[in-house]
Write a protein that binds this ligand. Sequence first.
Ligand code: PLP
Length: 797
Amino acid sequence: MTASEMKNAILHHLVYTLGKDAAHAKTYDWRMALSFAVRDQIVDRWFEATRRTYAEHRKRVYYLSLEFLIGRLLKDAVINMRLEEAVQDALDALKIDWHELLEDEPDAALGNGGLGRLAACFMESQATLGLPAMGYGIRYEHGLFRQSFEDGRQVEEPEDWLSQTHAWEFVRPEVAIDIGFGGHVQEIGSRANWYPSEMLIAMAHDTPVIGWKGRWGNTLRLWESRPMHGFDLARFNRGDYAAAAEPEALARTLSRVLYPDDHTEQGKELRLKQEFFHTAASIRDIIRRFESEYDDLKLLPKKAAIQINDTHPAIAGPELVRILHDERGMDFEEAVGIARNTISYTNHTLLPEALETWGEARMGRLLPRHMQLIDRIDDLHRRETGTGHVNAHQDGKVHMGTLGFIMAHKVNGVAALHTELQKTTVFKDLHELHPDRIVNQTNGVTPRRWLLSCNPRLASLITEGIGDGWVDHAEDLEKIEPLVADPAWLDRYAAAKKANKVDLSNWIAETMEIGVDPDAIFDIQVKRIHEYKRQHLNLLETIAHWQEIRDNPNAGWVPRVKIFGGKAFPNYIYAKDMVRLANDMARVMNSDPLTSRYLKVVFPPNYNVSLAERLIPAADLSEQISTAGKEASGTGNMKLTLNGALTIGTLDGANVEIRELVGAENFFLFGMTAEEVMARRAEAGHAARAIAEDHRLARALEAIRSGIFSPDEPGRYHSITENLSHHDYFMVCSDFTDYWRAQREVDTAFTDPKDWARKAALNTARAGWFSSDRTIRGYMKDIWHTDAAPQVADAAE
Ligand code: PLP
């Protein structure tokens, strides 16, 4: 598409879609007009992919996830369609600022963190690989809350990405699926009719997901809940306005909010209803599509693969069995076999408290037929395995992890260590019964968004050196290794990083009024705020470092900027205290004339995908410091490695594989292993001993206790200091000394800029394996047993 065609398309949409005269158009209007013009380019390719899938009777992959953290879509679409030049030139001709339009787009935060962002990266990789796939999620009216700080405290405000029209979606009022809850079951022999007492409708909204060079397009289908019976006019006419609107409001509640939590059981009825709503609508849609093509449901596992992202859609097993057995009349055991061969389950956690359970009373009330089927599935599983001790329904609860496991042909972990630990911890018993079921698929990230798009300076340096093949074969990044030996090339690598740091410094100055030195180490910890991720370990080290600088301000310290980003779950008081402590520390340290040249603390609010895209390219140091054995994989760690940040980290999650690939000499390792953590935890008084043995740690804790950072309320962080001194489940104190040592190694390494640049470039060169294309290929081979389709031609540049 030429620039002038693009310009005409934008103007056409401005006038005829948005009804705006160019003379009065605002940023929003231009952004929408541009988005529609780009979307038009996508649609034909998207249709073509769907036509081919039908024509060739391809197997489809269905990715069911309660979260899709997709972020902004405009730049992604422009880059994948190779429209950058046309758009840039068209907007120049119209005298419109491209960056202003990009910044105007709401960031769709339909997820909490890693799990939801993984789903978004997977959608992009599936499209890039030409795999016929569909993502199913919920179209939350309010995504993850917007975070701001008041006096350092986290304040949550509703996120309202839908307050403006969402440019990328197509509303499908004709795809409306009835969803029931409650009621009663009438058994007829082994089958049953379920008569729900409450009904609502799931309505589809489709967003095309276009792969690299526009060669393939898939669909992200998000469900909105709607009332079955709209507005009660009779009540309204009687003047009972609130009651008239009530059924509609209740029905819509289901897709109103994303639960701000991916690690603890929410225990809320609404959450269970959301899970069933999402799963039932998706399964119904999958069966409808299957039956439009085939008439033998026995073929289902050959033609459809259903992946459930964590346990949230684990009711998929019983629901599919219900449809096959109760509604289609298939024999129960056969129905279970077909469902199991179709479904596979990704487990994301080793935290036992995060494995979802639902009380049998609630489940039985909301989903009476599913409760019966779960018992029959358990019974069948007991007969199959000849054992009685592993049941999904046990101790008055339905264990969704067990249900997911029993009803899947494959269960995957998300990093090598996580998968191995699964076998010995959360799924030990099930693994013994089904030794071939657990497989590993280490997570990945799309290099289109997480290098090409977010870091154009580095991307073009790489492309100039080795061509653009790395964009869809990220392993090709290793071809830059010979360039790393060339001092002139390495200077350019370092210059790209420096320019990114200057950009970030300017943004920090403008938005937060904090001056930072772009020559300092940009030390970044961005992720959900959680004790297991140990932001407090980083904070304690920061305090100790600050104290040493104060002791000896002229000792030639290596300047650092400590950057934090992340949201604390609104009911998680301890995590919110960590946020406030970081902000209190920032206030004190950034204004300390003795130290502020050497140490700054910056905590930009509202960490989301867009902020990640801004921070990650500017990072020198990636903090991946979770307690070993607690982080399933991490994906932020991969993004930072790809962008040339060196990791300081524990042997946890995918850090293990990152270190193996980039080389131990290019990674700052510290801390106990998962085994050592378990052994140490069993020792009484481990925290007190660690504090007694490390004067820096003792002094840092004392500083918090003394109220230096919270003079108006000295006891503010009592719960943190007490917990760390006496309990310290996450081993902050026991790992502190080694963390301190590793941080000082970082300082030393940074004083040799050439060698640092070399290490950073090697991180980039060796991170290609962490492409989500590799992950998706792994799922295709080991779990989904499917091929990619021949793709449509490349979108021309
Ligand atoms: N939140 C956002 C916006 C992300 O982009 C990511 C991952 O890259 C995460 C959270 C997860 O971060 P981590 O893997 O470090 O927990």
